[in-house]
Design a protein. Sequence first.
Length: 203
Amino acid sequence: MKRLLAGYRKFRTEIWASERDRYEALSREGQQPETMVIACSDSRVDPATVFGAGPGELFTVRNIAGLVPPFSPDGGLHGTSAALEYGVRVLKVARIVVLGHAQCGGVRAMVQGAPRDAQDFVAPWMALATPVLTCAPAELTGDDLLHHCEIGVVRLSLANLMTFPWIASAVAEGKLALLGFQFSIYTGMLTQIDGDDAANEIL
């Protein structure tokens, strides 16, 4: 806890002080982010750090594997869907970015089985992405299979976004763009996921 409090004090005296006008404006005027990011909860992959974004720029929701569930307004507790509703229908973001990453523990749990102590919520959550695993080429194993599924989860999330009627209509009207990326923790490289097979590295 001392490390966190020391970090806060540094933020308060250095970062907040240098960007005080921005924070005060955000407080007065509210947030108007143009981009919503759906990312993994992994502590090594912070969207604001990866994209060099400042306060007020990204509306972010993070969960295991950065997975988007399909549209299901059934009265259940849907944190990611609630964030999507607010971001698209209230904040009216211009784009949604799905940010996957290499060495994803959630994807590993789907491929190899969830840890014994993560059966209550992680296992059923990652079961949403089972189609990615069942459609993987039979010859893929080990790290190649994990990489394939990491990319596949991004594509599945993009497809699931289109099951939300107010997202599909906004995309059709040209008011909303959907983009997928994968971040490599080891290399620091960002790869855009295009279409079904293409992946273009971004330097």
